[in-house]
Design a protein around this ligand. Structure first.
Ligand SMILES: *Cc1c(COP(=O)(O)O)cnc(C)c1O
Length: 364
């Protein structure tokens, strides 16, 4: 039977916290982390919150050689009355298990994982910044740790959660970016690991990102890996277009990551009665819509930025300026509503918010 107690070992020292106006994404980490082990006969065990520290891992551990790993990303927000809350965390653990299944990693108990991050965030609650637009980024991940060079699913894993205070993504309001349509490299192919949140997909995407950033683009727009005709994602965000009054986003096809923000955008648009559809979208169609003056807005969606408006798309040397390079009305409205719900400023009709301090609160 799996042991479900969480041992708590508090750090004897406290690190200095960075100023909230100097937070750089993913650079500073809090005082504690959550760790849990998996081994073949035992299942998941040894759940503990311990001081943030380096890991001791055998150099032959499978993660270093064959990349069997998955991760998640979500945030904790501080509300005006000082409470700390999460945005749809159940979705992240549901997706973690879907990713794990694709990578032959054993599932975790989703409810227990949620309890664990609530406890961890409670222990490091002082690290949740309170300045406008800041939050505490939560990074759960699983790595394969069996010391073995054979190619097979590992029989040992570590599930770890680390926390990092992050600054406001937009310091002066949301800002449209220039995007290059990627014609050379692909991120994922049908039947591959594109719909799993796994490090390998990111490793595969670096080269394209590096190439276009030299030319002044913020990100690439990924096309399908088979014909390179159909739109998939933008950078590590999902993508939406408003064409002739209707909002469209690529349908989940196995190579697209099912973003929590993507799902939230769709739910909100439906709630507002704005036409939205999930379907295949070709670059040819987008270009034609742009020529016809029907491409009204474009934006990316993801946990980090929430909404990232696209002011220009460049495809095969053709520049498509969207909405005069300005943030569109829907992009702005969706951004304001989702961030409003996250910080407790806007009513949450969907029950998306989960408070961190319930009965499981830890005293310290
Ligand atoms: C994480 C991720 C997204 C966005 O997902 P959210 O749950 O909205 O943060 C989109 N695309 C890729 C490739 C991702 O890894």
């Amino acid at each position: 039977m799996e042991d479900k107690t969480i041992r708590l070992q508090l750090s004897e020292t406290k690190k200095e916290k960075p100023n909230s106006d100097q937070l750089i994404f993913g650079r500073a980490f809090t005082d504690h982390m959550f760790v849990m082990d998996y081994s073949d006969p035992l299942g998941w065990h040894n759940a503990s919150i311990v001081p943030y520290q380096p890991l001791m891992i055998d150099p032959s551990a499978m993660i270093f050689h064959y990349g069997q790993s998955v991760f998640e990303g979500l945030k904790a927000f501080r509300t005006a009355d000082g409470e700390v809350q999460l945005f749809r965390p159940q979705k992240n653990f549901e997706r973690l298990n879907l990713s794990s299944d694709r990578l032959c990693i054993p599932p975790i108990d989703e409810e227990f994982a949620l309890k664990a991050i609530k406890q961890l965030v409670t222990v490091d609650k002082e690290w949740v910044p309170d300045a406008e637009g800041t939050s505490l980024y939560i990074r759960p991940f699983i790595i394969s740790t069996e010391p073995y060079l054979g190619v097979a699913p590992s029989r040992h894993y570590k599930f770890i959660v680390i926390l990092s205070p992050v600054g406001a993504y937009y310091k002066e309001g949301i800002n449209p970016v220039k995007i290059a349509v990627e014609n050379k490299y692909v991120r994922a192919v049908k039947g591959g690991t594109g719909e799993a949140k796994t490090g390998g997909n990111y490793a595969a995407s670096l080269k394209a990102q590096e190439d276009v950033s030299k030319e002044g683009f913020a990100q690439v727009l990924w096309l399908d890996g088979v014909e390179q005709k159909y739109v998939e994602e933008v950078g590590s965000m999902n993508v939406f277009f408003k064409i002739g009054g209707e909002v469209v986003t690529p349908k989940l096809n196995g190579s697209i990551l099912a973003g929590v923000t993507r799902n939230s955008v769709i739910e909100l648009l439906k709630h507002w009665g704005i036409p939205v559809s999930e379907r295949r979208i070709s670059m040819e169609e987008l270009y034609q819509a742009h020529q016809d003056g029907l491409l009204e807005e474009a934006f990316g969606s993801g946990t980090a930025a929430v909404i990232s408006p696209i002011g220009q798309l460049t495809w095969d040397g053709k520049d498509m300026v969207i909405n005069g390079g300005n943030t569109g009305e829907i992009s702005q409205k969706v951004y304001d509503t989702i961030t409003g719900i996250q910080y407790g400023k806007v009513e949450d009709p969907f029950n998306w918010i989960v408070k961190v301090e319930a009965k499981s609160a830890v005293k310290h």
